[in-house]
Ligand binder design. Structure first.
Ligand SMILES: NC(=O)c1ccc[n+]([C@@H]2O[C@H](COP(=O)([O-])OP(=O)(O)OC[C@H]3O[C@@H](n4cnc5c(N)ncnc54)[C@H](O)[C@@H]3O)[C@@H](O)[C@H]2O)c1
Length: 264
């Protein structure tokens, strides 16, 4: 039997209150890690931490806006003062919106960049000195299939997710000498709150105005070779694997979890 053993590991998961981040937090805890669930939504993060504690794990919630440098530094300092080390960082917090490029104003552009790219930058900057000092660490960045190939309605979002893969590849090379693995996962289509919002936004467009949300959803499903959406747990499984020593020789990679939608 192959088991993933994260006993004694300290993990930070950003955007851990919902969806993929919630599933990753719970699965990392089930594998033995102590998990700091951070999110801009403190109540949601606390509910996830409570769920972890109820099942015998150790979960802590911290209110963090990943685009805010002071928040990120406070998150890292609080984690270190409580646990003394940080072994795993999952950069999952992200925002999306179905919007045509021509309708994307500068404020929306900056929102995408601030959360999806600046957030990853700030969290890596804050955690890496400690991982370098301890000579080990695992970073998993949540990109997207939109970071593999861009589509209409997701132009700037895609650009941010391409950036996450670029950060992952370069950082993996710089961090290899410190025994730090840096990888990305690229989820396909996962019906979280994020996708519920996308369906509502798509419905207001000319292209989808005659369809209801379920019909729009079904159209997206027909594009997936395996003809099914991905579950948050599918993405969490890959995150747990990449956070473990089973993946000690995997670095700089971006793993598509999309039922075959993107071949690379
Ligand atoms: N759902 C999908 O189909 C899908 C596909 C590809 C990639 N992704 C990526 O997966 C990640 C998680 O997506 P999800 O579907 O679980 O979304 P979600 O909206 O369900 O959850 C995202 C979480 O991030 C938090 N968050 C947002 N802004 C934040 C900030 N500034 N600081 C801290 N936390 C913040 C939210 O409060 C929320 O709890 C995102 O990076 C997203 O781009 C999702």
């Amino acid at each position: 039997m192959v088991t993933v053993d994260l006993e004694g590991k300290i993990a930070i998961v950003t955007g851990g209150a919902n969806g993929i981040g919630k599933a990753a937090s719970i699965k990392l805890a089930k594998a033995g890690a102590q998990v700091v669930v951070c999110d801009i939504n403190y109540e949601g993060a606390e509910a996830v931490a409570e769920e972890i504690r109820k099942t015998g794990g150790n979960g802590r919630a911290v209110k963090t806006d990943v685009s805010n440098e002071d928040d990120v530094n406070a998150l890292v300092n609080q984690t270190l003062s409580e646990f003394n080390h940080i072994d795993i960082l999952v950069n999952n917090a992200g925002v999306s919106r179905a919007i045509k490029f021509i309708d994307t104003d500068l404020a929306q552009f900056e929102k995408f960049l601030n959360v999806n790219v600046r957030g990853v930058f700030l969290c890596c900057q804050a955690v890496l000195p400690h991982m370098i000092r301890q000579n080990h660490g695992k970073i998993v960045n949540v990109s997207s299939i939109a970071g593999r190939e861009a589509d209409e309605f997701f132009v700037v979002y895609s650009a941010t997710k391409f950036a996450v893969i670029g950060l992952t590849q370069g950082l993996a090379k710089e961090m290899a000498e410190y025994n730090i693995n840096v990888n990305a996962v690229c989820p396909g289509i996962v019906r979280t709150e994020l996708w519920e919002n996308l369906l509502r936004q798509l419905k207001t467009s000319n292209e989808y105005q005659n369809l209801d949300n379920e019909q729009i959803w079904d159209q997206f499903m027909t594009t997936i070779p395996m003809r099914r959406s991905q579950e948050p747990e599918d993405i969490a499984n890959a995150i747990v694997f990449l956070s473990s020593d089973l993946a000690k020789n995997i670095t700089g990679q971006a793993l598509n979890i999309c039922g075959g939608l993107r071949p690379r």
